[in-house]
Design a protein around this ligand. Structure first.
Ligand SMILES: Cc1c2[nH]c(c1CCC(=O)O)Cc1[nH]c(c(CCC(=O)O)c1C)Cc1[nH]c(c(CCC(=O)O)c1C)Cc1[nH]c(c(C)c1CCC(=O)O)C2
Length: 383
């Protein structure tokens, strides 16, 4: 465990050998060689773990996200159990939106449900800008986690404007995103006002996490794959770019925007991962939004994905979460294939193509971590 008690040296640990900045995960994000291929799992903290279910049995989802001691414990659970190369903050994409004043809840088995879905400009106006004080519990949890995690990097995250907008406009999860698209095509001005506001909230939320010490951030645009590339570029890309490039613009001396005076408040050094599901046709555009790493679901092999994304970005993925429900030889063969195809990329972070399913046997996750490490370190030895 780290001896750093401020939580800041670890963030700026660029020069500290052995700190999170020198970890296999951050090295892969930066396309630098490392001792093995790093691995973590989306939704690694969650219902696949009995120790998570025990904590959550008596605490509603949103409340658990607002109690720093619970956030810290739940975030650490999969790190202890599986030996993954990174922790991801336990929270949810709707947490900053709730902090911005939107009345919503996370309903078990359903997902986020919004009391008054967005319909008119006045609804957008009600989404307030957020500051650190609105999400103090996230700031506190990240600072504590950075201390407890030592050399293991902590990933912060947020939902991207399109995916957040889809919950706010639909009022809850949707298969077709019909209301969202109807607003997008029918009232582009309102659409851009909504996404612009959500981009501001998201950027502020990521800045709080980075200032508190996360080593990387992931922007989840889970449902962007429902759009054509042309529509994605027109209606979504400018807003996701405002978020991801906004983090870089904070760097003193580079770019415009809300530039910070204090060097330790620079957000520019933190790798940015951009992920969505069903985004095979969007991978190039999602990289252009300002990602260092592009998340790839299970539909596109990593060598093909790398051809679409280009040689200047790392990739993350892309095991089908359902494969983890298959007999071990099937899992092993898929892990080998993904590691092989991932060699085409200039950096590969092993992950699933989407979140861990609740019915997954956690011991299989632990075995996958060990296998990825074993197979990839053997390769690293061979040069
Ligand atoms: C779309 C989205 C949401 N939330 C999130 C996304 C983007 C990632 C993705 O595409 O899955 C992001 C998220 N949500 C959660 C995390 C935790 C960190 C981690 O990955 O370990 C993360 C990164 C916890 C959670 N978020 C949620 C749970 C389950 C609630 C519970 O445990 O009772 C967890 C652990 C609830 C949630 N929240 C959301 C959904 C669709 C659900 C599932 C509803 C259900 O099946 O019950 C919205």
């Amino acid at each position: 465990m780290s001896t750093d008690t401020t939580g800041t040296a670890a963030r700026d640990g660029e020069q500290r050998p052995g700190g999170p900045a020198d970890s296999p995960f951050i090295r892969a994000c930066r396309r630098r060689p490392g001792p093995h291929t790093p691995v973590w799992f989306m939704r690694q903290a969650g219902r696949s773990l009995p120790e998570y279910r025990e904590i959550r049995a008596s605490v509603p989802m949103l409340e658990s996200c607002r109690r720093p001691e619970l956030v810290t414990e739940i975030t650490l659970q999969p790190v202890r159990r599986h030996g993954v190369d990174a922790a991801i903050l336990f929270s949810d994409i709707v947490v900053p939106v709730a902090a911005a004043g939107v009345d919503l809840d996370i309903v078990p088995g359903t997902g986020p449900v919004v009391a008054e879905p967005i319909r008119i400009a006045a609804d957008v106006e009600r989404i307030r800008p957020i500051t650190r004080d609105d999400v103090w519990y996230v700031d506190e949890a990240v600072r504590q986690l950075v201390i407890e995690l030592g050399d293991t990097p902590l990933i912060g995250f947020a939902g991207a404007p399109f995916t957040l907008a889809s919950y706010l406009v639909e009022g809850g999860p949707s298969r077709t995103h019909a209301k969202t698209k109807a607003l997008m095509y029918g009232d582009p001005e309102l659409w851009h006002a909504l996404c612009g506001r959500l981009a501001e909230v998201t950027l502020a939320f990521l800045r709080v996490q980075i200032e508190a010490g996360v080593s990387a951030v992931q922007l989840f645009d889970s449902w962007a794959g429902t759009l054509s590339e042309a529509d994605y570029r027109r209606y979504v890309l400018p807003h996701s770019t405002a978020v991801l490039s906004g983090l870089v613009d904070d760097c003193s001396g580079s770019g415009r925007g809300d530039r910070r005076a204090e060097p330790e408040q620079s957000h520019a050094g933190v790798p940015r991962i951009h992920f969505g599901v069903g985004t095979g046709e969007l991978l190039g555009a999602m990289g252009e939004a300002g990602a260092d790493v592009v998340g790839v679901d299970w539909r596109t092999p990593l060598d093909v994905a790398t051809g679409r994304i280009g040689p200047d970005k790392a990739v993350q993925g892309n095991l089908d979460p359902c494969v983890l429900l298959a007999p071990w030889p099937v899992v092993e063969a898929e892990v080998r294939r993904i590691l092989d195809q991932g060699r085409a990329a200039p950096g590969h972070v092993f992950n699933l193509g989407h979140g861990v399913l609740p019915e997954t046997d956690p011991d299989v996750l632990t075995r996958v971590v060990a296998l990825v490490h074993e197979l990839s370190s053997r390769r690293a030895d061979q040069g």
